[in-house]
Design a protein around this ligand. Structure first.
Ligand code: SF4
Length: 447
């Protein structure tokens, strides 16, 4: 593989610069959609998730839509937006804390007080109980999780309401309730324990799911997991249930259960559009893990061919992929792990190393810029960021921060109490299954 130069300068972590260079003809790299070069306000009101990796996914009816961003923010230059954000943050001081997900564009991350994965960031907010506002530069389910864990008087703000997550949206609460009813028809009383003291099925949801799904899981004796603790959580579930119903990401569920020795034939997929999810009652009876038909459109772009090419063209390359990648890709890689695992693996490498990384390009570009002693490239040669993360543009960040300065809370995310209570229970079970290894101070941004 030819070394992939995504950016006009090798040390530039900006995916936006890379895309602008492609559109301007200054770079011969490819992007999955040149519309990404425009401000997200041009596609906020389109039917799909917008240009990027999840543009082909369908947004469920009723998903939040973003209102029109005022013209002055659309017209502002990058430099002006930077200056406005800096000024608003200075005016707010400790009244607001800005959180930036690993997959956010560089132009937003540079203003974050903390950078991390979704759960790390929700925990980071706990360190600021006196902040009036938590501005979450991530996607909708992340802001919901922050709201679940924050103080009641704190406002959690999502700068662009159209920043959903196509994977989280694949597990709709009505479909999940319907699935549970159908499983009851197969398994009988879901609270009855068998001779081994196990109930028929324990629901497990990935952190990347709506608060409604977390609440469902909490109400039915289930638990939340992250990509870091999925195995520990599945062990917790198997100690209590004969089977696991895992959603929304089939790949994380399959990769984790397979590594634990669960045979693939005992992992049927649940397709919500088919009776009994597309399996027979016997197959469901034999199941150990029932996998919801969901996936991340960013991570399913990675392929074994990309890994073969990286190995052929970079002898000795270390291939690390995220466990949201398909099983064949995880099997072909040298390692798989969460975003934080990938970050730590790179930062912990003592010798100059070539890394081929299978995760979202904004994080890969940042890791490459921050670790010039290594050669780091994204396995996917096409510049194709998560389309929904990409909707958090500096213009929206400036708009919500300036709103706070003026005493106006814009785009507040609130989880209703009847959902929040069981959702917190599911999160608490996860924390009791295994406390997070890292303390927030381990991953704070320099600021
Ligand atoms: S990268 Fe995948 S899982 Fe993460 S927000 Fe985007 S679509 Fe959702």
């Amino acid at each position: 593989m030819t070394a992939i130069t995504l950016q006009p300068r090798p040390t530039d972590p900006s995916v936006d610069h890379a895309i602008q260079a492609i559109v301007d003809g200054a770079s011969t790299a490819e992007t999955c959609n040149t519309d990404l070069a425009a401000g997200p306000w041009t596609f906020d009101d389109r039917p799909g998730y917008g240009p990027g990796s999840s543009m082909g996914d369908v947004i469920p009816t009723g998903s939040p839509r973003q209102g029109e961003l005022p013209q002055s923010y659309r017209d502002a230059s990058p430099e002006e937006l930077d200056a406005r954000i800096v000024a608003a943050k200075a005016a707010l001081g400790d009244r607001a804390v800005v959180l930036g997900h690993f997959y956010q564009r560089e132009e937003v991350v540079r203003h974050a007080d903390y950078v991390g994965d979704s759960f790390q960031l929700a925990n980071a907010a706990l360190e600021h109980p006196d902040a009036e506002a938590i501005v979450f530069c991530g996607v909708h389910f992340m802001a919901e999780t922050a709201d679940l864990l924050s103080q009641p008087q704190q406002s959690v703000i999502l700068p662009n309401l159209a920043a959903g997550c196509s994977m989280a949206d694949m597990a709709d609460i009505d479909q999940v309730e319907e699935c549970w009813e159908q499983l009851e028809d197969v398994y009988g009383d879901m609270d009855a324990v068998d001779a081994d003291g196990l109930v028929p099925v324990i629901p497990v949801t990935y952190m990347n799911s709506s608060a409604a799904i977390k609440g469902f899981v909490g109400r039915h004796g289930g638990i939340v997991c992250t990509s870091s603790n999925a195995r520990t959580v599945l062990e917790w579930a198997f100690a209590r249930g004969r089977r696991v119903l895992f959603f929304p990401d089939q790949h994380l569920g399959r990769n984790t259960a397979k590594a634990m020795g669960v045979p693939l034939e005992q992992m049927p997929m649940w397709n919500p559009r088919k009776p009994l999810g597309g399996s027979s009652a016997q197959e469901l009876d034999d199941a150990r893990v029932i996998l919801w038909h969901g996936f991340c459109s960013v991570h399913r772009r990675f392929s074994v061919d990309q890994i073969d090419k990286a190995r052929a063209e970079h002898p000795g390359v270390r291939v690390i992929v995220h466990p949201e990648c398909p099983m064949a890709v995880v099997d072909a890689a040298d390692e798989s792990g969460s975003t934080d695992y990938i970050r730590r693996a790179i930062e912990g490498a003592t010798e100059p190393t070539t890394f081929a990384i299978g995760t979202e390009v904004n994080l890969v570009q940042r890791l490459a810029a921050d670790n010039p002693q290594h050669e780091i490239f994204c396995l996917d040669p096409v510049v194709c960021p998560c389309s929904t993360m990409y909707r958090i543009h500096p213009g929206y960040l400036a708009w919500v921060l300036e709103g706070l300065v003026d005493g106006e809370v814009r785009n507040r995310i609130v989880v209703p109490d009847d959902v929040a209570e069981p959702a917190r229970l599911a999160l608490e079970r996860m924390l009791a299954a295994k406390p997070p290894e890292a303390r927030p101070s381990d991953w704070t941004n320099a600021s």
